[in-house]
Design a protein around this ligand. Sequence first.
Ligand code: GLU
Length: 460
Amino acid sequence: MVQPSEPEFEQALNEVYSTLKASSLFEKEPKYLKVLDVVQIPERIIQFRVVWENDNHEVEVNRGYRVQFNSALGPYKGGLRFHPTVNLSILKFLGFEQIFKNALTGLNIGGGKGGSDFNPKGRSNNEIRRFCYAFMRELSRHIGQDTDVPAGDINVGGREIGYLFGAYKQIRNSFEGVLTGKGLTWGGSLIRPEATGFGLVYYVEQQIKYATKGKEDFTGKRVAISGSGNVAQYAALKVIQLGGKVVSLSDSKGTIISEEGVTAEQIAVIGKAKIAFKSLEEIIKDPAFETHPVKYIAGARPWIHVGQVDVALPCATQNEVSGDEAKALVAAGVKYVAEGSNMGSTQDAIDVFEGERLATKSASAPAVWYAPGKASNAGGVLVSALEMGQNSQRIQWTSEQVDSELHKRMINLFEESIKYATQYSKESNKESLPSLVMGANLAGFVKVADAMFDHGDVWA
Ligand code: GLU
């Protein structure tokens, strides 16, 4: 077998194209076939050198990137990731996913992604600041509030956005909404830090409601979560608020399992310590873990260790659920799987979840219902687009306003996926729930493709 040269990007491409091809879209409307060749090539990729000085006054050098993938629906929009694994395959996969995710929000944002192979772990605050300034020295030529609006992603949070914004403002002499996830006193939106995690849980609420015909909600549900960064923290808090029990969290070194459920206080402790890149293994020495002890499993992901679960929310990184782990989750009774991470499930895992969904014998029998990140984690970028709107108006909305807009739009997005999946599905089992992966891909793709036709990027 030929090894793909961009494995993550080819995986993301295949996930979208295989579900579109399994639907009746191209039979009903063959003009859309032409879009496939065009939309898979980024409009532009910027690659650059980032030279910066570490605390020992030595030269350090990293690779910087911005993939400006598609601007059919608005300025390029998507996060920046700082991680040693960052390369073009990763950023093209993330940028490609972002196009359709952003389309699903119903707001005017195109798709992009960027970042660097810089590893901020173990770096001082001064080193992180100097890196951000050096990175923005080049990036600032290619972005702007109406061109391309980056945000955070893995290892890029409020602190990094602050330094990047400060650098942009100095270099361009322009105070503008060029980044989202900004501080609350200089143009940030309330609820932006919470948005991805909250939005994910709002989405799953709709899944539960739809599958049980309104009979169930999060009350009493056991919820396995991976990751312990921004997305995992706020997803966990919202689950607790809605009466569910968070039975796991994890980081790159290991997993914590909590039989009685992680507490909001423990999550606050994790949130603080993670800014300083502390590991869960160290964090659980805090007194907050004495009264409500957790089990720590080194080197493990949660999925095969969580015991009986109702909901699984992968919130760490790509390909964090393997086929075997998906089977273990099914055996553990999982009913709803929704990704807070981007492409959290491998194709093998998706095949397991989708296979279970299709095998449903009757509408009342339990089935596993999988939601891809591009739908279920869209709340983050959705509130980013609301932040752009507030910046254009030069006002700040209240938390209640932003949260209710997020909630409403996550419901719309869920219903849109159901509508498309139902309209274009060729599945013969009428008892099974609609495919949320097919529905999300169709809804996002058609919206982007129609705009590309309008602009003459592709023609029939
Ligand atoms: N990195 C986030 C995502 O994967 C947020 C992007 C944004 O807000 O622009 O969607």
